[in-house]
Design a protein around this ligand. Structure first.
Ligand code: NAD
Length: 722
């Protein structure tokens, strides 16, 4: 940390800690302690302080390595570290001379907290800069004064809106929110502006250190305050279903702190943070959304040592739902797109669908007209294979029919002989499809998820003959379009569809056992799943699991006896095939909105008498909560355990190759509960031994599909983890 004093008596503290970004580790704490001590000693002779950074970003925030390792034994150490950090900031803002932050790059988490402890924030107005307190997205809260200061600056409601969603704002939005005070177009001028402010404002103090300061929107005994206080937890519960202690803690901390003096509020904030740091959910989320996501983005599953060549021109075959989405995200990333369908009308219709979608972004101010025009100009609709000449990548997204795909792939590969050729198939093994092209080493699976412009994951499937070069190019392309790649070996259903299938069929199996559909759906949501198994089955259509089973049988796989199939077959026979048909497990109203179909209870629901006849199971408390014979905890565990168990099997078979891919793939691809940190981290957090015992119990009670594989028993026996 450099300490430079100029002729006007302004000290510039430049943060330049070892590493690529400034983080709040022990080096920072020691350096800051020294700097604050020296500022206090020299206070009488200095005019003010400017804090800035020598790195690309201003400050990256807390040291997550430190936080993820925190255990109850290290509690004292953690508390004293937190007290130090906050104490230094407090001394800085009460130095008696003006302190300004020159925010020359992104200030996130602890970085923004340091800036908030300055009297004034000048920020570089650049598209690369992000300002925010994203701690809750990692299961934590801004415990370095972030909650306490934001609440006092902008009010409980505005601060909580930003903090509980962990929003990262662009500079203009940060200015509007009140997190920064001034924007400067040129990076080179930021420090100078901050310096000028310091010289012009010799008697700066923080608003909360002035007599009579109040939190803007909190008036004890005022009805509007009651409204706010009772609504906030309810609104957040709708989103979190109680699975995210950090969100609840942030709300409690903001409200309690707002009613107390500043220093007590800081202390309370620290206690809430400590509780979260020691809890399991933050460990799960830090491990998935920080360490494992970074591992993936750094190329953990990419073949090493191969050059990175960006894709410039991509050919998309099929302008249906998926093709349109793939064309959209590719053009958005600056790639030229040839969008081919059987005729130009179909291809043009695909482009028009993209135009319509991005128009909404223009209306909402997320995209300007120039960017929209440029994006659309990159998409060329086509009906002939010649148009694919010069493509470096071709992605096939025509009907899910092996013969159609074979014909299309052969022609496309011949039209662009140097291109990597990919299929977006969701069910057909890649090695078989590769036979359609002359050079199967250039062939790979690129499995996108619907809706493509929203879903972050792309599952890359390596066929038997896929070369390292092809895999690397596919991997780089996925990063180029700003999505998260996982790499799996070829197998039926790859990774995500297999796990997804177990979730859906488990939900339906419970229906077959007579559980109320609403219970299954609600427990799924309350477990943190993005969608209930029945609603998500309606989305993909009920015929899909039947088609997958039929194809598997055709390819010689053993008949799979699963209690769900009877229900699915009956539903399909009734013509209730899902959302696209207007009815499935739900009824869909013409103007939007849906409601569980009444007929489910009549067909599969059990009367109380029938329930009573069922033999009580060992260890299973007859369900007061569920009301139908099995406790809610069993419903929840069945939905989560079955997916974790299938993930272990996929790993055992060598289809999955990395724990990070398993965890992020489950969260981003199939909406597995993010608070768990993913399917394998879920096993870790339960503890392998406990997990095995519980899975055995579920197997005895509900079916052999819950029996843990040998590898998992071994992991439990040796005290291991994924
Ligand atoms: P879709 O029916 O919406 O679109 C298919 C498009 O392919 C149609 O526009 C059709 O005209 C076009 N097409 C057919 N034959 C063609 C040919 N010979 N040349 C060019 N275009 C041709 O289907 P979709 O839902 O977009 O699915 C496409 C592929 O993506 C399938 O393989 C599907 O399994 C897979 N997939 C779908 C999803 C999903 O959620 N829908 C998810 C992942 C993968």
């Amino acid at each position: 940390m450099r300490y430079d004093r100029d002729d006007d008596g302004v000290v510039t503290l430049t943060l330049d800690l070892p590493g690529s970004a400034n983080v709040m580790n022990s080096t920072y704490r020691t350096a800051m302690a020294g700097a604050v001590g020296r500022l206090e000693a020299e206070r009488a002779t200095i005019a003010g302080v400017v804090i800035t950074s020598a790195k690309k970003s201003f400050f990256a925030g807390a040291d997550l390595n430190e936080l993820i390792r925190a255990t109850p034994e290290l509690l004292d150490e953690f508390t004293s570290m937190l007290t130090d950090v906050k104490g230094q900031m407090r001394r800085l803002e009460r130095l008696g001379v003006p302190v300004a932050a020159a925010v020359t790059g992104s200030a996130l988490g602890g970085g923004l907290e340091l800036a908030l402890a300055c009297h004034h924030r000048v920020c570089w107005d650049d598209a690369s800069v992000r300002i925010g307190l994203p701690e809750t997205t990692l299961g934590l809260l801004p415990g370095g004064g972030g909650v306490t200061r934001s609440v006092r600056m902008m009010g409980v409601q505005a601060a909580l809106g930003l903090i509980t969603e962990g929003r990262q704002l662009r500079p203009a939005a940060a200015l509007a929110a009140g997190w920064v005070d001034e924007l400067v177009p040129s990076r080179a001028d930021v420090v100078e502006r901050a310096r000028a402010w310091v010289l012009a404002n010799p008697s700066a103090t923080q608003p909360w250190d002035r007599p009579g300061h109040r939190v803007p929107d909190l008036r004890p005994l005022d009805p509007s305050t009651y409204g706010l206080l009772s609504a906030a937890p309810a609104v957040s519960y709708q989103r979190t279903h109680g699975c995210y202690p950090a969100v609840d803690a942030a709300i409690a901390c903001a409200v309690e702190g707002a009613l107390l003096d500043f220093d007590t509020a800081l202390e309370i904030e620290g206690r809430y943070l400590t509780e979260l740091v020691l809890g399991q959910v933050s460990k799960n989320m830090i491990s998935a959304f920080w360490f494992q996501l970074n591992e993936i983005n750094a190329g953990g599953s990419r073949p090493q040592g191969l050059p990175r060549t960006p894709v410039r021109r991509v050919g998309v075959l099929g302008a249906g739902m998926m093709g349109v989405g793939i064309a959209h995200v590719s053009a958005q990333a600056g790639i030229e797109v040839v969008l081919k369908d059987v005729d130009t009308t179909a291809a043009e219709r695909g482009k028009a669908a993209i135009a319509e979608r991005i128009e909404r972004d223009v209306v909402k101010g997320r995209l300007d007209a120039q960017a929209r025009d440029a994006l659309l100009a990159r998409i060329t609709p086509a009906d002939a294979y010649d148009a694919l000449a010069g493509c470096d990548l071709i992605i096939e997204a025509v009907f899910e029919d092996r013969d159609v795909k074979n014909a299309v792939l052969a022609e496309a590969a011949a039209a662009a002989p140097d291109a990597v050729v990919a299929s977006n198939t969701s069910t057909l093994p890649i090695t078989g499809l590769a036979k359609a092209v002359a050079t199967p080493e250039r062939f790979v699976g690129l499995h996108f998820f619907s809706p493509v412009h929203r879903m972050r994951l792309v599952e890359i499937i390596r066929g038997e003959h896929t070369s390292d070069e092809t895999l690397a190019r596919a991997f780089d392309f996925v990063l180029q379009i700003k999505k998260t790649p996982i790499v799996v070996n070829d197998s039926r259903g790859f990774y995500t569809s297999r796990v997804f299938g177990t979730y859906v069929t488990e939900g339906i199996a419970m229906l077959a056992e007579g559980l109320p559909a609403a219970l299954v759906e609600n427990v799924a949501r309350r477990s943190g799943m993005a969608l209930g198994p029945l609603e998500v089955c309606d989305e993909v259509t009920l015929t899909l699991p039947l088609k997958v089973r039929e194809q598997a049988l055709k390819d010689g796989q053993e008949e799979l006896a699963h209690p769900a199939y009877g229900v699915i077959e009956a539903m399909v026979a009734l013509g209730r095939t899902g959302k696209a048909a207007g009815s499935g497990f739900y009824d869909y109203a013409a103007g939007g909105g849906k409601r569980l179909w009444d007929g489910l209870a009549q067909r599969w629901g059990r009367s109380d008498r029938q329930q009573g006849e069922r033999a009580p199971r060992a260890g299973s408390v007859r369900g007061a909560e569920a009301g139908v014979g099995i406790p809610e905890q069993d419903v929840r565990d069945r939905l989560l355990y079955i997916q974790a168990l299938e993930t272990v099997r996929v790993l055992d078979e060598g289809v999955l190759r990395a724990v990070a891919d398993a965890n992020l793939g489950s969260i981003f691809g199939i909406g597995f509960a993010p608070w768990t940190g993913g399917t394998l981290q879920f096993v870790n957090s339960v503890g392998a031994e406990t997990f095995v015992a519980r899975a055995d119990f579920l197997a005895d009670a509900y079916g052999e599909r819950f029996r843990p594989p040998a590898s998992l028993r071994e992991l439990a026996a040796t005290g291991g983890r994924y």
